[in-house]
Design a binder for this molecule. Structure first.
Ligand code: NAD
Ligand code: MG
Length: 394
């Protein structure tokens, strides 16, 4: 029986994780669930899974949550609040596995704490890795933590790696990664119409049901840019070894190209319960609740090269990783600010890459070798991006 802590339990990945957990009650026990502020959903989840701890980051919402459970059957759940409580629950002795599914930079400290504490980290929070690549992987190596990627592409790549492979290793016989992308909702929209895209259009992804931020990232393809950086870090590859491939059907979740000409692909229905169940059962497998793939329904699979004029965010991600140092951290922070501004209808869809590039251009490349440097770059980039937004005259 393994104890699991789910950071970001109320999000899209959190909900899918609890669905898988519920299918294996004799293998997993929920120790802690965390939410930012959605206490109604957290309450429902606590009723079903009865964790020892529930973290509500927002302090006012945490008080309301304590009030809500007071006379209920889950009155004995320990309610904590504040961001520091996330680190507390992700390092508890009774926790074996930590699902890192908070969105954005807010997930960095608790994910890193889990890495330092030697936990099995089920990593969905790609932003944390993009920000802190080297020090995160060093923490994993030093503590003997096990890092299993949840992002469907990285999970696919991990599954296509040689036997005995662990994250961070260089697989010498693997010469290239083919990182697949659906291309999002605007793959075929005339480029001049992108300027009028609304938040509602951008979050409506054709193949995957995800949180709002990652849905916008998929529409700009910044998601693939972050994933390219994530792949360089997880699989010790150079950026020029990662080829992004648009595959609109999202059936192949990525491929590894070996020196003998073999290309291994992992396929399945586009449902995050597949990579979640794989990582939870690893090194075994168990049921995920996902329908078997009907290959006859798929009928055909298409592949095309991404157009960097349509998707400038992808170009910016290559620029950031090639510059290195703190620049990927800056890219990530600027993107978070730009996406938030777009979702709040303060800027246009096509302003997103503009804001990010103008922000990136204001930073010098310095090594991202301490957590302090990384957090400082993250904060500075947020300030600079907001400045850039205020200068955009609309
Ligand atoms: P989501 O928006 O649905 O959920 C985010 C979760 O994080 C929620 O539980 C929320 O309460 C919590 N959260 C948000 N801000 C927080 C803060 N400041 N402090 C603490 N908690 C906070 O997002 P999601 O789609 O589930 O994505 C989560 C992560 O997984 C992201 O990093 C995303 O890139 C990655 N991911 C998601 C998918 C997917 O299919 N949804 C696929 C691959 C990777
Ligand atoms: Mg992905």
């Amino acid at each position: 029986m393994k104890g699991i802590c789910i950071l970001g339990a109320t999000g899209s990945i959190g909900v899918s994780t609890l669905d898988v957990v519920a299918r294996h009650p004799n293998l997993y026990k929920v120790i802690a669930l965390t939410a930012n502020n959605n206490i109604d959903l957290l309450y429902e989840q606590c009723l079903v899974h009865h964790p020892e701890y529930a973290v509500v980051v927002d302090k006012t919402k945490a008080l309301a949550f304590s009030e809500k459970i007071k006379d209920s059957v889950i009155a004995d759940v320990n309610v904590l609040s504040g961001a520091e409580s996330l680190e507390f629950v992700s390092t508890l002795d009774s926790v074996d596995s930590v699902m890192a599914a908070i969105v954005g930079a807010a997930g960095l400290l608790p994910s890193l704490a889990a890495a330092k504490a030697g936990k099995i980290i089920l990593l969905a929070n790609k932003e944390a890795l993009v920000m802190s690549g080297d020090i995160f992987m060093q923490a994993v190596a030093d503590s003997g933590a096990q890092l299993l990627p949840i992002d469907s592409e990285h999970n696919a790549i991990f599954q296509c790696m040689p036997a005995g492979y662990t994250s961070g290793m260089q697989a010498k016989q693997a010469r290239r990664i083919l990182l697949t992308a659906s291309g999002g909702p605007f793959r075929e929209m005339p480029i001049e119409q992108l300027i009028n895209v609304t938040p509602a259009q951008a979050v409506a992804h054709p193949n995957w049901d995800m949180g709002r931020k990652i849905s916008v990232d998929s529409a700009t393809m910044m998601n693939k840019g972050l994933e390219m950086i994530e792949a360089c870090i997880l699989f010790a590859m150079r950026p020029d070894q990662i080829q992004v491939v648009i595959h609109p059907q999202s059936i192949i979740h990525s491929m590894v190209d070996y020196i003998d000409g073999t290309v291994l692909a992992q396929m399945g229905n586009p449902d995050m319960r597949v990579p979640i169940a794989y990582s939870m059962a690893w090194p075994e497998r168990f049921e995920s609740g996902v329908e078997p793939l009907n290959i006859f329904d798929v009928r055909r699979m298409d592949f095309e090269e991404p157009n960097l004029e349509r998707f400038p965010c992808l170009r910016l991600a290559y620029k950031a990783i090639n510059l290195g140092g703190i620049i990927p951290t800056v890219l990530n922070a600027a993107n978070e600010i730009a996406v938030e501004a777009f979702l709040n209808e303060q800027v246009r869809f096509t302003d997103i890459p503009l804001i990010i590039e103008r922000c990136m251009d204001q930073f010098e490349v310095i090594p991202a070798d301490t957590l302090a440097v990384i957090l400082e770059a993250d904060q500075q980039a947020r300030v600079v991006s907001k400045q850039v937004i205020s200068e955009l005259a609309h």
